[in-house]
Design a protein around this ligand. Structure first.
Ligand SMILES: Cc1cc2nc3c(=O)[nH]c(=O)nc-3n(C[C@H](O)[C@H](O)[C@H](O)COP(=O)(O)OP(=O)(O)OC[C@H]3O[C@@H](n4cnc5c(N)ncnc54)[C@H](O)[C@@H]3O)c2cc1C
Length: 461
């Protein structure tokens, strides 16, 4: 028996139309989970109704109604989050944006106007068709614009081109009380008042619903190449990263991967990792405006390899070869997932990445466990994975996680550089975030959402 009244459901149907209100445990099942590894994923509340608005005005009406009925509202994007951010942890409404997926590209202003439900894949394709380029690439192309902005997603290209926050120039948002607010627009400069847009970016669906965004695009990089640089050890590989940057080489991506997980990912796809030597690898993607600039960066990097202590590098120039390598890199998470308890995204200052990895290695030895790691080495953002161990209880995994977090924070880092707090990192907030910061966050939440109806049980402890 649902706790949502018939009267409330009828009013939702009057706002969006009967076909766009979905109820019943079987029908809502595909809307209540995300990509969080199952051992730590919060139990979803199944007493929910999925509502699919088609405009900011409909979102506004839904939020006004939810306020009136004191009902929780959970914004949901592509469900690719890794911290349970969109999982309904109480009875209420799931807002699903699949009908709001329109994109208009303004070539003259190099700007895309994208609705919340358009996916990253849609934005990449629309930009490409307009002869332009959206540089960031947070792993899963099924993620939606609303979710990417709500999480301030990063990804492998952040080193050269920044994270979502650096691309969003305007937002149309709906406040939890139902007011529609436009912040910024197709503007490259805007200093009028406190920057509420930047406050909402990364607020993980707790301060406002993102309905539409104006996103900056760039000209394409016509010349690209991908190099795999193999090393005998993790230490020599990660220590080469700052040297590459010091040498004046600014790659589009500079990723660190290890032999066992990358070979497992290739096998999972029925492919073969092309590098036959080495235990640890840097994957370097170079992207330049001309072939001359590309070749000069490539030559410089190859001539530095020996100095880094690397083994024989492998250069991929054709689009097919480059995509082959990236496909294997992007499936590591899925191939490890069945044996995984958690994927961490602690981040340290880039030059401290070697010290952080040494500390991770010491923690693995101390607990006699395997902590496969890969990720965005040049951003100081390596994903350490906590794997299932026979006979371990949840408290054992928690201890390992806390030690990794303490190591990152001890190096002036943060416990999350990409995935956010969501539901699963809430218990770490009081431990690792300054109490004044937490107090201000709670006060800001109260101003935006006096009845605490928007994504309750997320981010704030
Ligand atoms: C294989 C894989 C690789 C990944 N790689 C990366 C990576 O490289 N970098 C990175 O940063 N992340 C990465 N992620 C994590 C994930 O893709 C990002 O966090 C992404 O931003 C989530 O977007 P989503 O649309 O799936 O959001 P969801 O998972 O649906 O929701 C995430 C949060 O956003 C909120 N939200 C969603 N839509 C809206 C809206 N319209 N208004 C307000 N709030 C909203 C939700 O309430 C929730 O709190 C990866 C995930 C996977 C599975």
């Amino acid at each position: 028996m649902s706790s949502l009244s018939l009267d409330f459901i009828e009013k939702l149907k009057a706002i969006v139309g009967e076909d766009w209100v979905v109820q019943g445990e079987d029908l809502v099942a595909s809307y209540v989970l995300d990509e969080t590894p199952p051992p730590i994923r919060p139990q979803p509340h199944l007493d929910v109704v999925v509502v699919k608005p088609d405009s900011s005005e409909e979102v506004s009406e839904i939020l006004k109604l939810a306020n009136q009925y004191n009902t929780s509202v959970f914004p949901r994007g592509g469900g690719t989050g890794l911290v349970g951010g969109c999982i309904p942890t109480a009875s209420g409404v799931i807002l699903s944006f699949e009908r709001m997926n329109r994109i208009i590209v303004d070539r003259d202003n190099l700007m895309a106007e994208a609705e919340a439900g358009a996916t990253l894949r849609d934005l990449l394709n629309a930009s490409d068709e307009a002869g332009l380029f959206f540089p960031p690439h947070p792993g899963d192309e099924g993620a939606q614009i609303g979710g990417l902005i709500a999480c301030n997603a990063g990804g492998s290209r952040a080193i050269k081109t920044g994270v979502m926050r650096n691309y969003v120039r305007g937002l149309e948002v709906v406040l939890p009380t139902g007011e529609i607010l436009k912040l910024g627009g197709k503007l490259l400069k805007n200093n009028f008042g406190f920057d509420l847009m930047q406050l909402i970016i990364g607020s993980e669906g707790t301060l406002a619903v993102i309905a539409k965004a104006w996103i900056r695009l760039y000209p394409k990089f016509p010349a690209t190449a991908t190099l795999i640089i193999p090393f005998e050890s993790r230490t020599t590989a990660v220590k080469a990263v700052p040297k590459i940057l010091h040498a004046g080489i600014l790659p589009l991506a500079l990723e660190y991967v290890e032999k066992i997980p990358i070979e497992r990912s290739a096998e999972h796809l029925g492919l073969k990792w092309p590098c036959r030597v080495g235990e640890s690898f840097l994957i370097v993607i170079l992207a330049e405006q001309s072939n001359e600039a590309l070749y000069s960066q490539c030559e410089r990097l190859l001539s530095l390899c020996e100095e880094f202590g690397s083994l024989e590098p492998l250069l991929a120039e054709s689009r097919e070869e480059q995509e082959y390598i990236l496909k294997i890199r992007s499936e590591i998470y899925s191939s490890l997932k069945p044996d995984m308890v958690d994927i961490l995204d602690a981040t340290v200052p880039p030059a401290s990445i070697g010290f952080f990895m040494d500390e991770v290695e010491r923690i693995a030895k101390r607990y006699n466990t395997y902590l496969p790691s890969y990720g965005h080495a040049a951003d100081g953002n390596i994903h350490v994975h906590i794997m299932k161990e026979q006979g371990w209880r949840m408290e054992d995994y928690d201890k390992v996680r806390d030690e990794i977090y303490a190591a990152a924070v001890g190096l002036d880092g943060t416990i999350t550089g990409e995935h956010g707090v969501g539901a699963v990192r809430r218990k770490s907030v009081d431990k690792f975030l300054n109490p004044t910061h937490v107090k201000l966050m709670k006060e800001i939440k109260r101003i935006f959402d006096p009845k605490n109806i928007l994504n309750p049980g997320k981010v704030l402890p």
